[in-house]
Design a binder for this molecule. Structure first.
Ligand code: NDP
Length: 326
């Protein structure tokens, strides 16, 4: 028996609690992992609170990512003792996830943890950092390079935004951080941002085109914030859009696309092919400044994650929340 967060549904709605689970109750899969560290992401908060229909079947162990050690395997790529990391593939949404001491999953979903990166640091990076790297690579692929103009990051004090700011600055980009929490200015400049902009400047529906400012953008907000980012891109600017912290809608026009040749790149971390994941995790292992990463992490015990989850929806989480498991 082991501890797990379990979300159950009844006629009166869904409820999350800490439960004792038997290994035999775990879903099917060819690899059993002893989870060492997990983490909380925005999507976990949606799942635990039920604020959005993230969970596709009940009962569900949430946790869209984890790092741990293989305990049992009938998959040809893995054997007991291997260090692994998992994010996405519907884990924590359709398949029991990482907020538990054990997880049984498909070996096809696992990535070997690169040398030199601890389980703890892998989860300090987590889905947020992996998504931030997908965004950085999308900018690079589309020709946005250091020295080519400012890159704006929205939701900069959150998980994806903090790591995106850190990764871009470390690669030599000039980073403008948009935040609703200007009290976090020192934190954001510590990550390498050169300008801090109050999110309020992006919250009014503006004109289809505004002054040309950004060569690149990483957006976690969506909604009116993304519309204003698009309107203020430079000619041939590139926007990597990954989130909806500010809303699902997009009150924008086609003007930035047809008059400024702006590119909007969609980023999805969940179904990203394995080959790209391997590259992303190798790059993260080499490019993340682990001291800066440590400065953006806090820890929450497994028994406290249910109480911590609503803070994401209130926009109060700074950086990354780690959950020690084993
Ligand atoms: P966090 O809660 O850590 O960060 C979100 C940040 O967005 C907040 O910290 C806040 O930053 C900003 N924000 C909050 N509310 C609003 C608002 N109303 N309008 C504009 N900005 C707001 O979450 P994560 O970093 O884990 O995730 C960020 C987003 O990216 C989420 O929407 C998540 O679902 C999405 N995501 C998508 C992935 C994908 O595969 N496409 C993978 C991972 C995440 P500040 O206070 O600095 O403004």
């Amino acid at each position: 028996m082991f501890d797990a967060v379990l979300i159950e549904k009844s006629d009166s709605g869904q409820e999350a609690g800490l439960s004792r689970i038997d290994t035999a109750q775990l879903p099917q899969g060819d690899v059993l992992v002893e989870v060492a560290w997990s983490t909380l992401n925005y999507k976990d908060a949606l799942a635990i609170t039920g604020a959005s229909p993230v969970v596709r079947s009940f009962s569900m162990v949430p946790g869209i990512d984890f790092a741990g050690v293989v305990a049992e395997s009938s998959h040809s790529d893995f054997e007991p003792g291997d260090r692994v990391v998992l994010n996405g593939w519907g884990v924590g949404e359709r398949h029991w996830g990482g907020l538990a001491a054990k997880a049984r999953v498909s070996g096809d979903w696992l990535v070997p943890l690169p040398e030199g990166i601890s389980h703890r640091n892998a989860m300090a990076i987590g889905t947020a950092g992996y998504t931030a790297m997908l965004c950085v690579m999308a900018l690079e692929r589309n020709g946005v390079l250091p020295g080519g103009g400012e890159v704006v990051v929205t939701g900069a004090a959150g998980g994806v935004g903090s790591i995106a700011t850190m990764l871009l600055a470390a690669r030599g980009y000039s980073v403008a951080a948009v935040t609703g929490r200007t009290a976090e200015t020192d934190y954001l400049t510590g990550l390498g941002a050169t300008i801090i902009i109050d999110r309020a400047e992006f919250m009014q529906v503006g004109r289809p085109l505004a002054k040309e400012r950004w060569a690149g953008a990483i957006d976690v907000a969506g909604g009116v914030v993304l519309a204003n980012v698009l309107a203020s891109m430079r000619y041939r600017g590139v926007v990597a859009a990954c989130g909806l912290a500010g809303g699902m809608e997009l009150p924008a026009t086609v003007a930035p696309f047809i008059l400024r040749a702006v590119t909007l790149v969609g980023i999805d971390s969940v179904m990203c092919p394995k080959l790209e994941r391997l590259i992303v995790w190798q790059r993260l292992a080499h490019e993340v400044d682990m001291a800066r990463l440590e400065a953006m992490t806090t820890e929450v015990q497994l028994g406290d994650v249910i109480a911590a989850a609503p803070r994401f929806l209130e926009g109060k989480v700074r950086g990354r929340i780690l959950v020690p498991i084993n």
